[in-house]
Ligand binder design. Structure first.
Ligand code: ADP
Ligand code: MG
Length: 402
């Protein structure tokens, strides 16, 4: 199964994974964690129960396997982790990924599924394993034959949790969970988790934390999203270049503060026609007028703060520019959701200005939307100076190079 997994700008080493694990990841050519991995792994490693929700193909398997591998005691050849999946194929795939991720450690994994000789599975269990991956039917079978003991279990994982907890599997799952020690960590992974299933899941977990990457709310197909590296003191110039380059039909420029918005507006008002400003301190009559003009297309560029920007639903907006990176990730979702509403064949564009010290905030947004933003370089314009310590002759001599 090959799927392109979007990654974020945190590294696996940042997540606190051990050397053998990092070596295995390197061998598998996993360069960076996917967003669900970046968010889920630290919580799972802390010992908390955790529910992870993310679209298919985003790397949920490694998200739960890696924390297990970090916390198992390989010195004790007893089943310490049980992973349940709804199908044989999935169990085999998960067991395979577990083996690959633990190739340089002592971890032993067995796959317990129906449709395969039970003898071989029993033999492996008798040799001593740390992780058992399987489907509920065969797992129960081996428990009842007393070939599989769950007394030393520390981790239970339900992969494809919504399937595992639906009516077909639930009795089996309950039967298995009743035999698991109370003192254990429970992890649930799923692409979707309807509220009733989630409520049910809570019965099997202890104050679980939830990581939900599935509700980014942005039609990523209809909005092309980029970030632009900027120097703090050259944002205005960058904006001008970006506008010239993009020639937006209509553009909404977001700033964090009213003061910042006022300042930017003052700089543009004289130079560009059809520019307006909108923020919470302005009189309602002004706001109403501006909205009307923006809606009619008379205003082409609107400079706004988040509070006001949220309610705006105008189909002509072709571009969103985050002049200031949003303070809260949810604001990003709301801001960018303002575009991409054009008639179906027209795309929206969103550009987020990021200064060199805002990498972490960019990462948080990427985690939130479960998508990596590519960098956009404005043609013929160096929107940010080359990274220090390279200096231009002007800077060295104390001149401004602008
Ligand atoms: P999910 O369970 O979310 O549907 P999988 O765990 O099956 O996704 O992962 C999908 C594919 O991506 C697998 O082939 C897996 O090996 C690969 N993969 C997972 N994490 C990464 C990563 N960080 N970098 C590259 N590939 C990855
Ligand atoms: Mg999966």
């Amino acid at each position: 199964m090959t799927t392109s997994v979007k990654s974020v700008s945190v590294s696996f080493a940042d997540l606190g994974l051990s050397e053998p694990t990092l070596a295995a990841l390197h061998k598998m050519k996993f360069e960076k964690p996917s967003p669900i991995q970046a968010a889920f792994i630290p919580i799972a490693m802390s010992g908390s129960d955790c529910i992870g929700q993310a679209h298919t193909g985003t790397g949920k398997t490694a998200a739960f396997v890696l924390p297990l591998l970090e916390r198992l005691d390989f010195g004790r050849p007893v089943v310490q982790a049980l992973v349940l999946t709804p199908t044989r194929e999935l169990s085999e795939q998960v067991a395979e990924e577990c083996k690959r991720l633990s190739y340089s450690s002592q971890c032993k994994t067995v796959c317990i599924v129906g449709g395969r000789p039970v003898r071989a599975q029993i033999a492996e269990l008798q040799k001593g394993v740390h992780v058992a991956v399987g489907t509920p039917g065969r797992v129960i079978d081996l428990i009842e034959r007393q070939n599989l003991s769950l007394g030393d279990l520390q981790f239970v994982v339900l992969d494809e949790a919504d399937r595992m907890l639906d009516i077909g599997f639930r009795p089996d799952i309950e039967k298995i969970l009743r035999r698991c020690p109370e003192e254990r960590q429970t992890l649930l992974l799923s692409a979707t988790l309807p509220p009733p299933v989630e409520r049910l899941a809570n019965r099997y977990m202890k104050t679980p934390q939830k990581v939900d990457m599935s509700t980014n709310g942005i039609a990523t197909k209809t909005v092309d999203q980029y970030y632009v590296t900027v120097d703090y003191d050259r944002k205005m110039e960058t904006l001008r270049w970006l506008l010239l380059d993009q020639r937006p039909q209509q553009v909404l420029v977001f700033l964090r503060t009213k003061r910042g918005a006022d300042e930017l507006y003052r700089k543009f008002a004289g130079k560009l026609p059809n520019v307006a400003i909108l923020h919470g301190d302005l009189a309602q009559s002004h706001r109403d007028r501006v909205m009307k003009q923006f809606r009619s297309g008379e205003v082409r560029m609107l400079i706004a703060t988040d509070v006001v920007g949220r309610g705006i639903d105008i189909s002509g907006i072709s571009h969103i520019i985050n002049y200031d990176i949003p303070e809260y990730c949810d604001d990003y979702v709301h801001r960018v959701g303002r575009t991409g509403r054009l008639s179906s064949d027209e795309k929206g564009y969103a550009f987020t200005f990021v200064t060199r010290d805002q990498g972490e905030q960019l990462t948080n947004i990427e985690i939130r939307i479960n998508n990596m933003l590519p960098e956009y370089k404005i043609p013929n314009f160096e929107s940010a100076r080359p990274q220090a310590p390279r200096k231009t002759i002007h800077e060295v001599e104390g001149f401004s190079n602008r």
